[in-house]
Write a protein that binds this ligand. Sequence first.
Ligand code: SAM
Ligand code: SF4
Length: 350
Amino acid sequence: MPRPLDQLGRPLGVLRLSLTARCNLACPYCLPDGQEPPGLLSLQQRLRVIAAAVDLGVHSLRLTGGEPLLHHQLEALIAAVQPLRSRGLCEIALTSNGALLTAARARALRAAGLDRITLSLDGTTGAAVARMAGMAQGDAHGRERRGAALLSQVLAAIDHARAAGFDPGQGALKLNAVIQRAANDEQLLPLASLARDRGLELRLIEFMDVGNRNGWSQAAVVPAAEMVTTISARWPLEPLGRAGHRTASRWRYRDGNGAVAIVASVSEPFCGDCNRLRVTADGIAYTCLFAEPGSGVDLKPSLHDDGDPDRLQQVMAALWQRRADRYSEERHTRGLQPAPAHAEMAYLGG
Ligand code: SAM
Ligand code: SF4
């Protein structure tokens, strides 16, 4: 089947597959449901979705959630997709909050054939980590203690991933941080410092209006330009730009100590060359992170064992060819007003 283009001439290149809507944290900017939707896909069904996507042009698979390390078949899925490399799959990546990434798990993921890990960390102190991870229970001291424990787990996860062969110098290990005004904006420089000290590229993410529960307002967004000015005043930066189809714009530290990246989906939208398809843990395909709930296409009817084997690919190709969404660019031109309803981030995957 020819590689489909959407209504705006965009090719399909990346599949973000959510393995679970559950999470072991409750970050207030994301707020997962805490339970799975009914009708989760089986490993075989996920493999068929990935294979169909690869045949339609997907070269990069990102496994996400919810928290994908909660999924007991994660390593099995990664091992099972390896044969798709001969059909055009170039990289398999994982986004995780890192709390469950033990040394053994990191080695198992590497052995299964995972290429890259991005770990998420939004603070460098127990108090900031607790706040951003949604640790709301107990007194301030208890919250800080639990935040410090999570921070230690994520720092250990960085070491475990590196020791397992995920080399930050090759882009195989990165750090994500959401920056939200009046929540953790004071953590910008400490996070940059932590990443520089560990030789990691930090990917700063503007607080986005995904889902309906995170109380998003434009006032809570720290725009990319402001983050660059703040970091540059401490460690001068030089722009490297945004590579085609990528979400992050990158800056090089002039002192030679690596680079920092910013995902500026609010202040500098990049819908124009978006090549990402998202499939939820229960097999609903969405072409936009900001899609309305219920607007996705259910792939399950095309995944019956006794069905037409070409049907799934036809359904996915047709979805991509109809695609005309450019939500972030439209939000920008609407004067940064969010749309009334979005599917939740922990459901769609990041
Ligand atoms: N649980 C994993 C984690 O946190 O890395 C994977 C799923 S999470 C939904 C993927 C990424 O989305 C994380 O880096 C998270 O910080 C980011 N994210 C979630 N909600 C966001 C929001 N409202 N704005 C910006 N980034 C967000
Ligand atoms: Fe969980 Fe990740 Fe959402 Fe935080 S951002 S609640 S770790 S899915």
